[in-house]
Design a binder for this molecule. Structure first.
Ligand code: SAM
Length: 253
């Protein structure tokens, strides 16, 4: 098993690497937590989908001492890093190995009722039909007056292809000015660091079996809102945007 010191070091590099891709990542996290603060009572249970090493879950639990969080991911490496780095945060954080591509993924959850379903930088890994089903499952898992928050890239559109292009190109320029020269480089550098740790290699091999190919979708926010409506959410909207990056919010009745 990976030691806490090694896990902390790799997770710290993860946080740094993700910020190169999403320059306003920290602000996006804060806005999501601000929305939860406004909408929910102080004691609530959140479900973090595609949690990675717990980036959003841990920020949430640090800000809301009365909250609990269930972190879901299907990458054994990310789950091991998160568990080793943060543990259960005094019994308030639990980690679930579940694959959102599978229809039955909620089967492994500790409960079927949450106050919030949250996610960052994960849903663009899903195909449109998997995303549509994930929103449907999220709607089923939420209590009345529950909230879903998805912070991820979702370009503007589809009403103007030219505005979509100019906002995407501007976003890429902003990233370059924050140090992103070659889009694949920070990601591969992080993975090379992981592979230097011998005890992590079997987890990477298992991860590669689970993700034989990495595909990304580029659905506009309008498609997300359409799926949320079909999933039965009462209202949905883009509530924050930084060019191609945004927070999509939806509430149950
Ligand atoms: C870019 S990371 C984001 C992690 C974290 N939420 C953050 O904001 O840093 C995307 C995460 O989504 C997870 N993920 C992608 N597809 C998934 C799926 N089908 N089921 C569960 N997790 C998935 C990946 O394993 C990865 O940990």
């Amino acid at each position: 098993m990976v030691t806490r010191r090694v896990a902390r070091d790799i997770v710290r590099q993860w946080e740094k690497m993700q910020t190169v891709y999403i320059p306003l990542r920290e602000i996006r996290f804060s806005r999501m937590l601000d929305l939860l603060d406004e909408w929910l009572p102080p004691k609530f249970h959140a479900l973090d989908l595609g949690s990675g090493p717990g980036s959003l879950s841990v920020r949430l639990l640090e800000r809301f001492p009365g909250a609990r969080c269930t972190a879901v991911d299907c990458d054994p490496l990310q789950l091991a890093l998160g568990r080793s780095c943060y543990g259960t945060m005094g019994g308030r954080l639990n980690w679930v190995d579940a694959d959102l591509r599978r229809k039955d993924w909620p089967g492994g959850l500790p409960t079927r009722k949450f106050d919030a379903v949250i996610s960052t930088t994960a849903f663009h890994w899903l195909t449109p039909s998997q995303l549509e089903r994930t929103y449907r499952r999220a709607g089923e898992l939420l209590r009345r007056r529950g909230i879903l928050l998805n912070g991820d890239r979702a370009p503007v559109g589809p009403s103007s292809r030219r505005l979509k292009k100019v906002s995407f190109d501007t976003y890429m320029n902003v990233k370059r000015s924050h140090g992103l020269r070659d889009p694949s480089q920070p990601w591969s550098t992080w993975w090379n660091e992981v592979l230097r740790v011998e005890e992590l290699r079997p987890l990477v091999e298992e991860r590669n079996r689970r993700f034989p190919r990495h595909s990304e979708s580029d659905l506009p926010a309008s498609a997300h809102l359409r799926y949320l409506k079909k999933a039965g959410f009462a209202e949905g909207e883009v509530v924050w945007r930084d060019l191609s990056d945004c927070i999509i919010a939806a509430i149950t009745t």
